[in-house]
Design a protein around this ligand. Structure first.
Ligand code: ZN
Length: 70
């Protein structure tokens, strides 16, 4: 599947990503990530995948200062 990414990859498109943990230790999480940043690491498990579920269409403002905490 082309819409699944892993930790450390560069975010190809701004949008909402669903986080899947392995082994699962939390419920469904959705994270908004900005194009050009990297997919964050989970502090509790080492196998996390991110699936793009919704693109962000507001390309007018490039906000590179977005901070992500998981
Ligand atoms: Zn985790």
């Amino acid at each position: 599947m082309d819409n699944v990414f892993t930790v450390g990859e560069v975010v190809p498109n701004s949008g909402n990503y669903r986080i899947t943990h392995y082994p699962p230790h939390t419920g469904e999480e959705v994270l908004t990530l900005t194009k050009g940043s990297t997919f964050p690491r989970c502090v509790r498990c080492s196998h996390v995948s991110f699936m793009l579920i919704r693109l962000e269409f507001c390309y007018g403002v490039e906000n590179s200062r977005l901070s992500v905490s998981v």
